[in-house]
Design a binder for this molecule. Structure first.
Ligand code: ATP
Ligand code: MG
Length: 313
């Protein structure tokens, strides 16, 4: 599979008078053609910095990054022609209507007028925006404006889409219409780099996940690869009153209401299921959610940092 994005030891340090901040440190990441990559991480982890460098709007301070084989610093123009971006903080021009915005965007990218209008109307319909297609953008709510931005990039013929929190602030139904637009783009074999704090969204859409923390890439791979890396990939829920004496040693135990939750490994989960069957008790078990994986991976990193800070002190 061709890699459409390759970063090598990528670094970005923000400097200002009297201070600096390392937003990315030695990031080695490859994104194959045609995948949806969910880029995850806490606030300040470096996601937007990575997106801005990849989409040629910010310079790295170390390492290199290539998109379609072109270095984004030395040769940004051929990259720009083939990508489309929704920046994290972005608002469409407010004096235009959604139809105008999307079709002007397409014409700027080289489409003929009639074709641009047709594509604009079709894309607005796909994103369930037809009702507002002729309303000036400044009369639309924040979530509707965000969806107009999504329509702009989806309508384009860009092969690589960068979506930095495209669904933040959207209602649950609107989020789903953006999800289907993302799925459709993926079916068209476009490559998508998506950042989101909604882990259900990342789980529903991503072929691959990458997790950043404090500017470092902690994990990258398919959701199954990532699940295989954690100590406790299973979640077991035990009904009240059923708790083997050695439960605490089997993994990480949490009480939720009158239920006990255990994060554990597969052999222990199976052993518990056997015991429950013997005693006529009910348990439910399954692989942990992406949310649980995220907490285990990033949580471990943070507590290590704390330990290092303590030992350094
Ligand atoms: N222009 C800037 N000047 C100085 N520091 C910056 C600047 N932009 C970002 N940073 C810092 O770089 C780090 C990474 O920021 P970035 O915006 O890439 O994070 P993020 O993962 O996108 O976070 P969020 O989830 O909040 O959007 C943070 O510590 C942030 O404070
Ligand atoms: Mg961000």
């Amino acid at each position: 599979m061709t890699d459409i994005l390759v970063s090598r030891k990528l670094g970005r340090e923000y400097r200002w008078r009297g201070g600096s901040n390392r937003a990315l440190v030695d990031v080695d990441l490859r994104v194959p053609k045609g995948v949806v990559l969910g880029l995850l991480g806490r606030n300040g982890a470096g996601k937007t910095t990575f997106v801005r460098i990849s989409s040629t709007s910010l310079m790295p301070t170390a390492g290199t990054l290539e998109v379609f084989g072109h270095d984004v610093v030395r040769d940004p123009d051929p990259v720009r022609a083939r990508i489309a971006v929704i920046p994290q903080e972005s608002r469409p021009f407010y004096w235009l209507t959604p139809t105008e915005l999307v079709s002007y965007y397409l014409r700027m990218r080289g489409s003929a007028r009639a074709e641009a209008e047709r594509t604009a109307l079709r894309t607005l319909e796909e994103l369930e925006l037809s009702h507002w297609k002729n309303t000036q953008v400044n009369r639309l709510s924040g979530g509707l404006r965000r969806r107009v931005m999504v329509a702009m990039v989806m309508a384009s013929d860009a092969e690589f889409l960068f979506l930095d929190e495209p669904t933040t602030g959207l209602d649950p139904l609107a989020r789903r219409s953006v999800w289907s637009a993302i799925r459709k783009a993926a079916h068209e074999d476009r490559t998508i780099l998506l950042t989101t704090h909604y882990l259900d969204e990342a789980e529903a859409l991503s072929d691959q996940l990458a997790i950043l923390e404090s500017g470092r890439l902690l994990a990258h791979g398919s959701p199954a690869d990532i699940a295989a890396r954690v100590k406790y990939p299973y979640r077991v829920t035990l009904e009240d009153g059923f708790a083997p004496p050695d439960l605490e040693e089997m993994g990480q135990v949490t009480r939720v209401g009158n239920k006990t939750l255990l994060f554990t490994d597969e052999p222990r989960a199976n052993e518990l299921a056997r015991q429950a069957l013997e005693k006529g008790r009910r348990i439910s078990m399954g692989p942990v959610s992406l949310e649980d994986l995220f907490v285990q991976i990033v949580g471990k990193e943070i507590s290590q940092d704390d330990e290092e800070a303590v030992s350094a002190a």
